[in-house]
Ligand binder design. Sequence first.
Ligand code: PEP
Ligand code: MN
Length: 338
Amino acid sequence: MLVVMESHATPHQIGAVVEAVRGMGLTPHPLPGATRTAIGITGNTGAVDPRALALLPGVFELIRVTKPFKLAGREMHPEDTVVLAGPTRIGPKTFTLICGPCSVENEEMILRTAEFLVQRGVKLMRAGAFKPRTSPYSFQGLGLDGLTILTKARQRTGIGIVTELMDTDNADAVEQAADVIQIGARNMQNFSLLKRVAKSKRPVLVKRGMAATLEELLMAAEYVMAGGNYEVVLCERGVRTFADHTRNTLDLSIIPPAKRLSHLPIIADPSHGTGNRDYVPSMALAALAAGADGLLLEVHPDPARAMSDGAQSLDYAMFDALLASLKRMADTVGVQIN
Ligand code: PEP
Ligand code: MN
């Protein structure tokens, strides 16, 4: 349910509606707009009759929200959301690059990569300190030491940090080190984790589960927003199909319907989406053409020696070539690379 206030409604009237919603045991979400405020209502609306709200002073109308993703959907929030992510923004008119190695391997390669990226105007670096690996024998990440290295890179270069949180135990530490908290594909429906990041002050990047529908992805975002954190970015990273010519099937066709149904920014990850660095540049350009708000890209100083995902990581020269192509296309489609 959405309560749309009159354009001249006073803060007192808006406050009275918020209180009335709480009094019904429901959760109000005030959504200030350009001309008027609306108040989204979540909770079990079946148990009470919110129609009484229509009679309160300053209320223009009540609108039933039909989709199950109330806060992530466009019905309650027609304008595109801009997510403030550390030193930059993710949203309309910009194309945000989040680049870096799969894992934090050591201090030297992280500082070098951070400096390389900053020189090229990239404002967000990705790198996992906690790594979800298929095999328990594979490199699991440096953990808390990895976060310390990322913090040093941020202090030295000013680059914003995007890093994965795998379990609630490490939430405080990741929150301190990260400008954006990444929820990996394998944890897209880890509801305890989603509820924890819903309490965070940091924006959250939710990666699509490998067999998740768009609605399931939006419901994962909904968990974060329902808990009070409205700063959510979606990420398409490929899904599992019968095709085996790439590691996953990068489903760029999710971008237009995601934009139609949701106001949240959506970025694409052609690195995990293809699993092969040779295919990353063309799919990165395709993501920009498809209307994505940015990219998550694996970039490594020496991919042949990477401790994880070397085959899909761009080296610095490949990244430079891709950046030049992205800039040309961005000019054509009228967005700013940041
Ligand atoms: C990653 O981005 O480092 C990662 C592990 O990706 P995903 O969760 O999409 O597999
Ligand atoms: Mn990876």
